[in-house]
Design a binder for this molecule. Structure first.
Ligand code: FE
Ligand code: CA
Length: 522
């Protein structure tokens, strides 16, 4: 251990002053000496990642955690200098930018470097050093320049990766697919206690509630080598759903009725902070107490405008006590909101102004109103945690797309642990209405275990819901291949996730032609 003396600290702070990564007041821990530790264990156990790219910048991420199940990650109370290098070659020999930043205990010794002034639409490779340790090399990519029409893009869409219920084998195939970007649509971790629904491996500890708990859970998940390898392969746009904090929570309302709002917001603050620390997010997303700005947009040249939504933080409580219910009463109430007023205004303004060929809503819960059960009187019942419980807002967003002639709205969805392909209308029960948007729902990566291809259920759902064009309950992810004329979604499924060696195949493929929101079988 070699603490910096006062003079070198001042010099160091001066050297940092010009870097874009540090645009806010120095945290209190800067007043303590930083150290250049000798690590007894590799501090890069969580690997490296990159995210939130635009045409000229991207976030490079790591978090120093030599001991994943120690509350402080085994890092103690000192801040640590971390240097980074970004190069044009896969061994990072031709370094084009480099710098130094501080990993502080306040942020769990995470590092979020926003590298600026990059060339558009190209790969870069990066790595970190801390003390005597060196990270693995990660690859990242900038987006195409705003005024260009890229020839093509490939996006992977994943969600719901329960550690206990399945292996993350699907990421091996995703890596072979070589996407430009990955969207993670939530349930990146699950909050449950060890052994709650284990099939293949076990969570560490009890149900997570404190900041230490959430940090350790993220460290456990990110120790998965396949997940790590996929993060090291290309930039991700991540957004959360419920399990990053608590099953089916809504804004400040816990799933548990006996937990008050103040207590729940303390838990939410812990979950949000650990999420920020664990993800390649920009400084703008750094949490402020129990609030964290996660919705954002990016332009994939003129090909696609990407709107990444947050349907948990601002939503009103689920109608019908969050049990499946009919499309009546509270589910139709004008004040029911999933987005909250500010996000909705931002989204509608952004959609109205977009000139992109495809307008992508990367979000959490299913937008199609698909009845999944009937009550005793034969009335169809819908999930109240999803958009049907917020019917008026759903209709307003779709009507906005229609009236503003938003080009080719595509909704990408997670949460529901099954594959769906849906055509969205203002009211999905009225098949005579025109289709306004297309929804591709990604199944879980591992949640629920092996799953099945359930032909009977598929046929029933499709017979009862004109909007549903495909359904299946295997595990996997979506691969979207996009050009100016066509959007194609391949449903990649695994034959098993409850044992090693699962193999991937494409179960179904659908295309949407420019200007025609109805899906066709590819
Ligand atoms: Fe889930
Ligand atoms: Ca969920």
């Amino acid at each position: 251990m070699q603490p910096l003396d006062r003079r070198s600290f001042v010099r160091f702070a001066a050297a940092l002053a010009g870097t874009a990564a540090l645009t806010e007041a120095a945290p209190a821990s800067w007043l303590r000496p930083t150290v250049r530790p000798r690590f007894r264990r590799d501090p890069f156990l969580m690997g490296v990642a990159s995210g939130d790219p635009d045409a000229t910048s991207v976030v490079l991420w790591t978090r120093l955690v030599p001991e994943p199940f120690a509350p402080d990650g085994g890092m103690g109370k000192d801040s640590v200098r971390v240097t980074w290098e970004l190069g044009e070659d896969e061994l990072v020999r031709k370094v084009v930018q480099s710098g130094t930043t501080l990993a502080t205990p306040e942020l769990g010794h995470s590092v979020h470097v926003e590298v600026q002034n990059l060339q558009p639409d190209r790969h870069y490779w990066f790595r970190f050093r801390a003390g005597d340790a060196e990270s693995p090399i990660g690859r990242t990519r900038t987006l195409p320049a705003a005024d260009t029409m890229p020839k093509a893009a490939r996006f992977a869409v994943t969600s719901c990766q329960n550690w206990e219920q399945g292996l993350f084998t699907a990421y091996t195939q995703m890596r072979n697919d070589d996407p430009d970007l990955v969207f993670h649509l939530g349930d990146y971790i699950y909050e449950y206690e060890a052994g709650r629904n284990g099939k293949v491996r076990t969570h560490h500890g009890k149900e997570i509630e404190s900041l230490d708990d959430y940090r350790m859970r993220h460290a456990q998940y990110r120790s998965d080598p396949l997940l790590q390898a996929m993060h090291a392969e290309c930039p991700w746009f991540v957004t959360w759903d419920d399990h990053e904090v608590d099953n089916n929570y809504a804004n400040d309302v816990s799933e548990q009725k006996n937990v008050g709002k103040a207590a729940f917001l303390r838990r939410r603050a812990a979950g949000y902070q650990a999420y920020y620390e664990a993800m390649p997010l920009r400084l703008r997303s750094k949490p402020d107490g129990a609030d964290m700005l996660l919705y954002r947009r990016a332009s994939y040249g003129q090909l696609a405008e990407l709107f990444v939504l947050d349907t948990r933080q601002y939503r009103s409580d689920q109608p019908n006590d969050d049990k499946r219910g009919p499309l009546r009463g509270e589910a139709l109430a004008a004040e029911q909101t999933l987005l909250g007023a500010a996000q909705r205004r931002w989204l509608e303004r952004g959609l109205g102004a977009s000139r992109a060929r495809w307008n992508v809503l990367a979000q959490q819960v299913m937008m199609a109103c698909a009845a999944t059960a009937k009550d005793q009187a034969g009335e169809p019942l819908y999930s109240m945690d999803q958009w049907p419980g917020y019917f008026a807002e759903r209709q307003a967003v779709l009507r906005h797309c229609q009236q503003q002639k938003v080009a080719n709205p595509i909704v990408l969805t997670g949460d529901i642990h099954s594959n769906w392909c849906n055509e969205l209308r203002l009211d999905d029960r009225r098949s005579e209405q025109p289709v306004v948007a297309t929804e591709f729902v990604a199944t879980s990566l591992s949640s629920g275990g092996d799953g099945n291809d359930g032909e009977k259920q598929r046929n029933e759902l499709m017979a009862n819901n004109a909007c549903v064009k495909f359904h299946n309950r295997q595990r996997g992810y979506l691969l979207c291949t996009v050009d100016a004329a066509q959007w194609r979604t391949d449903y990649v499924v695994m034959d098993r996730v409850e044992a090693p060696g699962g193999t991937a195949s494409v179960r179904a493929s659908f295309v949407v032609a420019d200007g025609e929101p109805r899906v066709q079988t590819a």
